[in-house]
Ligand binder design. Sequence first.
Ligand code: ATP
Length: 160
Amino acid sequence: EETDAREVGLQVFNNFQMIHPEFTFVLDNDLKKPTITKIYRNHLEQVLIILLDNAVKYSRERKEVHMTMAKDQRHVQIVVQDFGEGISEENLAKIFDRFYRVDKARSRDKGGNGLGLAIARRLIEGYHGKLAVESVVNQGSVFRITLPLVTEPKETENKA
Ligand code: ATP
């Protein structure tokens, strides 16, 4: 269960670019080489698909989605940002609940049943990661995945 987050991120990003030519996808990738994290490849793929799919679904006039990939010493971060309808503070507390949808009537025609984010958070937390959100109504949303890196042992420690 070790996966190159850089490779999977690029692959899912490219797929969305192909599937949604009406959108502008902007990638800010700080990962210059393979970045190994402890998660099943399919699981990371699925989480990214859920977030990118939502970003597209809940965009309005501004059809633009940004993805950022970065890391620090211990974690990799993948951020998905849209400039769409956003989520009120009241609803932010509930969107990770199973079957919760902000506007049931209106979002029904967009497909979905309110399971995506619940699954995404559960998967990420299963690997000791975090899935966080910030959002402003009518301005857009930012979903931030943080996953622990598989760190290589330092040479000095090996020799000891
Ligand atoms: P699906 O199960 O197919 O993903 P869904 O999109 O309704 O359906 P979730 O992904 O769990 O389910 O999202 C829950 C609710 O959170 C959505 O119905 C929507 O109201 C809100 N939401 C999720 N992502 C965004 C976003 N990027 N912008 C605005 N609202 C969002």
